[in-house]
Write a protein that binds this ligand. Structure first.
Ligand code: NAI
Ligand code: MG
Length: 353
């Protein structure tokens, strides 16, 4: 089978790290004739917006729909209002393609120092609800320009939306022998939406009697993740809570440069999208100092989703080797390597396996 990949490098460091990710995908297809792919690079980024006043063509989604997967860098540019790339490109893809699971592995690679002293390697998954929740455009502003100005931002939680996310997380827990799922909540203070959230998680948990579900308030959970991150395996969280917890998690295991994510449509009716959790990092772009590992790791998640766990584990082994050897690390991990040198080192390890 030939896999068709839509590649959206985006802005800033996006193209720099995506280039390394595609080098790795290319190396895999050279090493293994059973893996063939064709890729199309789509320059739907802030530059495109400045020219066309939109982030993608009018039929952008129907173009993307034909691909097996979307490999995404990051978008964001100081010349374009911050909400534009998110609401005109990322959100339409996530919502229209029903990518309701945002999977964010928080995994400490051997040799990577955590800023805190955990009693063991940190290794957990955040399952973030990705299609509704707090990131809604429902609401508005009133009395603008007066001293009575007010804003209302609605959260949309649906029973179906929470249950499908929770089911996916519990199925993973069951498959991997995880005994406890932590539910990130705040139903003591956010009484309508978060109570429906908790009830929906519980109704799914009832079909998994061998797995304990522990409701933890988001504020306490943030503290626990700093105090004893090694004790967590699976966390289910709403869109906002999951976003925050996964950046916190990323900081515990070496930073944004090492943190991948998958936006999954579990039913596979639409393409899923794979991207690092970091943004376009305008502060370091164009210098070849960005760490490409999060982007390359995201390619491993893509291969796993495409049914090539074998190739995903080759990529992961290559990443682990390069991180452990410490000879091709970028400045965020204390090294002096350029972005492409880290990519080259990972490609070399793939050819050695
Ligand atoms: P950011 O993730 O781009 O950068 C945060 C900090 O981490 C910066 O100091 C940056 O240099 C560093 N960093 C990020 N990725 C790195 C890597 N691979 N290697 C080494 N260092 C890395 O987040 P920030 O600064 O809040 O946002 C910058 C732009 O990116 C904004 O326009 C924002 O809207 C956008 N953004 C886009 C996302 C996406 O496309 N999914 C996600 C997050 C932010
Ligand atoms: Mg984020």
């Amino acid at each position: 089978k030939t896999y068709h990949l839509a590649v959206l490098p985006g802005d800033g460091i996006g193209p720099e790290v995506v280039n390394e990710g595609m080098k790795v995908v290319q190396a895999l297809s050279e090493a293994d004739s059973s893996f063939q792919f064709e890729s199309t690079t789509l320059e739907w980024n802030s530059e495109y917006y400045l020219k066309h006043n939109r982030m993608m063509p009018e039929n952008g989604l129907s173009i993307l729909e034909n691909y097996d997967a979307i490999y995404f860098g990051a978008v964001g540019d100081p010349r374009v209002p911050e909400h534009i790339p998110i609401w005109e490109l990322i959100m339409p893809i996530r919502k229209n393609f029903h990518q309701y699971v945002n999977l964010r592995p928080i995994k400490q690679l051997p040799g990577v120092k955590s800023p805190i002293h955990a009693k063991g390697l940190i290794d957990f998954y955040v399952y973030r609800e990705n299609a509704e929740g707090e990131y809604s455009n429902s609401g508005g502003r009133l009395y603008q320009g007066t001293s009575d100005e007010l804003a209302i931002q609605n959260t949309v939680i649906t029973k179906k939306g929470v249950e499908r996310l929770a089911r996916y997380a519990f199925e993973y827990a069951e498959k991997t022998g995880v005994k406890k799922v932590v539910n990130a909540t705040k139903s003591n203070a956010i009484i309508h939406s978060m109570n429906l959230w908790d009830e929906s998680v519980k109704s799914v948990a009832a079909s998994f009697p061998e797995i304990e579900v522990e409701d933890t308030y988001i504020d306490a959970l943030a503290a626990h993740l700093v105090q004893r991150p090694e004790t967590f395996d699976v966390i289910v969280a709403s869109n906002l809570f999951g976003d925050i917890l996964s950046d916190l998690g990323a900081a515990l295991v070496g930073g944004l440069g090492l943190s991948p994510s998958a936006n999954l449509n579990p039913e596979r009716n639409y393409p899923s999208m794979f991207e690092p959790i970091h943004g376009s990092a305008p502060d370091i772009s164009g210098k070849q100092t960005a760490n490409p590992i999060a982007q390359i790791w995201s390619a491993a998640l893509m291969l796993e989703h495409l049914g090539r766990e074998d190739l995903a584990s080759i990529v992961m082994k290559a990443i682990e080797n390069v991180v452990n050897e410490k000879t091709a690390l970028t400045p965020d991990l204390g090294g002096t390597a350029r972005t492409f040198e880290t990519g080259d080192a990972i490609v070399q390890h793939i050819h050695k396996q």
